[in-house]
Ligand binder design. Structure first.
Ligand code: ADP
Length: 163
């Protein structure tokens, strides 16, 4: 069975991420969305909250599993899931430098792992978790940025934190 992993912080998940999950799920038998803690970022949503928001957003994709993978290294996590395929989304040129370094570092650590990139859907190319957090902090609407089923929840959660 071909297992792919979409790792990320997803703080919170956006329509751009869900679009990548939908497309990635067609390339593999099973897709695991792995919520990881990025040591360079202090998350606004807890691991459990991020996992729950993604689960609500991917109910329509049959072969997707959502998992919280706190504290672990990605290559160890991938090995534990018998996966050799890491799938990441790519937006602008600004993503490239970071993704390029990450993919090469991962390859150096575990030569059997391949990082595969899926180009953003043009209509989500400007959507980012940080943009969503910023908008919500000031009470902005998140329509078309995050899945409709979690929109209100995300908006209130972020707004309350900064009230
Ligand atoms: P990380 O903290 O690991 O960079 P993110 O949650 O910010 O995690 O992003 C996870 C993955 O989704 C990354 O590969 C990122 O480039 C990609 N991504 C984020 N937003 C979009 C978008 N709008 N379209 C396509 N890919 C995206």
């Amino acid at each position: 069975m071909r297992v792919g992993i979409c790792p990320g912080s997803f703080d919170p998940v956006t329509n751009g991420h869900v679009d990548i999950f939908e497309r990635a799920s067609k390339l593999v038998d099973k897709l695991i969305v792995a919520v990881l803690d990025n040591p360079n970022k202090k998350p606004l949503f807890t691991m459990e909250e991020r996992v729950e928001l993604i689960r609500k957003s991917v109910g329509h994709i049959p072969n997707v599993e959502v998992d919280g993978a706190s504290g672990g290294l990605l290559y160890k996590y991938a090995n534990s899931k018998n996966s050799r395929i890491i799938i990441r989304g790519l937006r602008a040129l600004s993503d490239f430098e970071y993704e390029f370094q990450r993919a090469l570092l991962l390859k150096k650590i575990d030569n059997d792992l391949e990082t595969v990139f899926i180009m953003t859907n043009a209509k989500y190319s400007f959507v980012s978790s940080s943009g969503v957090r910023e908008l919500a902090t000031f009470g902005g609407q998140l329509k078309d940025l995050v899945p409709e089923c979690i929109e209100e929840r995300v908006r209130k959660h972020v707004y309350k934190k900064f009230e």
